[in-house]
Write a protein that binds this ligand. Structure first.
Ligand SMILES: [Zn+2]
Length: 442
């Protein structure tokens, strides 16, 4: 058992709190920092549970990674088994037989397999202690990959007359998202386990500007290396870049301007292109070191630049919310770490003009698909985003605090964001003057 704790000795309280919650048959929502394997939290509890525990992972790849974890701790089939649709029929029968004889303690599956009749039958006939769902944030409609989990809920979870206690594993998220998740799944009471997000491999810079022209010049300089160090129209080094824009015409225009300026390997993608075209751009982004992808609304969640690339995520227009910004930047750092096994520094750059902000408000107001309540909510989070852009605090500190629903958090300043760098260099003008200027121009 000691093996379970060796991976993260400092954080073993999560495992204890998790164990306590499932022993009392309570629902759990647990969020984990970047690079922290969710499996290490529920592994101990599921081996002790004394009945079947079912764990749902988004893909077979996730399952393999978790099986390795158990193998390293000395557990193998039939203690830990899986049914994900990749096995031969005789292998599946062997797993089902062991489940029927109550010899399997933890059974892994995917959402697709879960919704199949044979799997639902297993659930009906065995006593399930609790059910773990990894990447449960996909139940939220705002999260990419939602469709898969939506179907999983409708055709799987909803088909069961009585659900066992659920343990939802999610990345760091604000408390309001915990509540939203519990409402979507109709959890009623739940026990929350939350930890501060690991912010080391992420850097965020915010640049406020007056005009589109300034913004473009800044972007071109940032891509080429700052003036003097790089050539115009050439990237300064391996730098896989994803630029998020607000709508397809904007993506097309920005992409064309970058090409005109002399940048090569510029790729434009957006939700109006065919799925095949979108998949092709994603493929290019995942194989070339210097691809610059300009995107508007295409699902780039599977963006995984080559190991040698220094990924950059640039927001040309305001993201929908601070949540959205946080999830994109931190998730990217997480997937690089998960795939390559070490921390990759993830650069986030947010470009901001007052004009962009006002255009975003106008787009929301003219959106006929939103009812009054939805419009109010979207305007509220957009205003909150502007306040975050204008705030004087360290960017990463304030993002982490936001995720805990507090105004401050005990974390050292990151030292790399625009606010931390300003504090280091001498400032011109007093704070009052700066504040006045900000409110007026941005
Ligand atoms: Zn900072």
């Amino acid at each position: 058992m000691v093996n379970f704790f060796k991976h993260a000795p400092v954080r073993d309280t999560y495992q204890k709190r998790f164990l306590e919650a499932v022993t009392h048959r309570r629902n759990v929502i647990a969020s984990f920092p970047l690079g922290y394997p969710a499996v290490s939290t529920y592994a101990f509890a599921s081996m002790l549970a004394g009945g079947l525990v079912v764990a749902v992972c988004p893909s077979s790849r996730h399952i393999r990674r978790n099986l390795d974890y158990f193998k390293a701790a000395g557990f193998k089939f039939p203690d830990v088994a899986y049914l994900d649709g990749t096995q031969m029929p005789h292998e599946e029968r062997a797993v089902e037989k062991e489940v029927n004889h109550n010899r399997v303690r933890l059974l892994y599956t995917t959402p697709e397999r879960f919704t199949s009749l044979t799997f639902l039958e297993i659930l009906v006939h065995s006593q399930v202690n609790f059910m773990v769902i990894e990447e449960a944030d996909r139940f939220l409609p705002v999260t990419p990959g939602h469709a898969l989990y939506h179907r999983f809920q409708r055709e799987g979870l909803d088909q069961l007359r009585k659900l066992p206690p659920l343990a939802l594993m999610i990345p760091p998220m604000p408390p309001s998202r915990f509540r939203e998740l519990s409402e979507i799944l109709d959890l009623g009471a739940y026990h929350a386990i939350q930890c501060p997000p690991l912010i080391e491999p992420v850097g965020i810079q915010v640049r406020r500007m007056m005009t589109e022209h300034q913004k473009f010049t800044y972007l071109a300089d940032a891509l080429a290396g700052h003036p003097g160090t790089g050539k115009l129209g050439r990237l300064d080094g391996p730098g896989a870049t994803l630029i998020q824009t607000a709508y397809p015409a904007q993506a097309e225009k920005l992409g064309a301007s970058l090409l005109d300026y002399g940048f090569e390997s510029v790729w434009i993608t957006h939700y109006k292109k065919t799925l095949r075209e979108q998949a092709h751009v994603l493929d290019v982004a995942n194989t070339r070191l210097n691809a610059i992808v300009v995107n508007a609304g295409s699902d780039m969640r599977a963006w995984l630049p080559p190991f040698e690339a220094n990924p950059r995520l640039i927001f040309w227009s305001p993201p929908a919310s601070v949540d959205d910004l946080f999830m994109q930047v931190f998730r990217q750092a997480q997937s690089m770490q998960d795939s390559y096994g070490e921390q990759h520094f993830m650069k986030g750059l947010v470009l901001y003009t007052k004009e962009d902000y006002q255009a975003a408000i106008r787009r929301l107001q003219s959106n006929k698909n939103l009812d009054d309540h939805e419009l109010d909510e979207k305007l509220r989070v957009l205003k909150h985003y502007r306040r975050w852009v204008l705030s004087e605090n360290c960017r990463l500190q304030s993002l982490a605090a936001h995720y805990h629903g507090t105004s401050t958090i005990e974390l050292p300043p990151c030292g790399t964001c625009d606010r931390c760098q300003e504090k280091r260099s001498a400032r011109n003008g007093g704070p009052m003057w700066r504040k006045w200027l900000q409110r007026w121009f941005y």
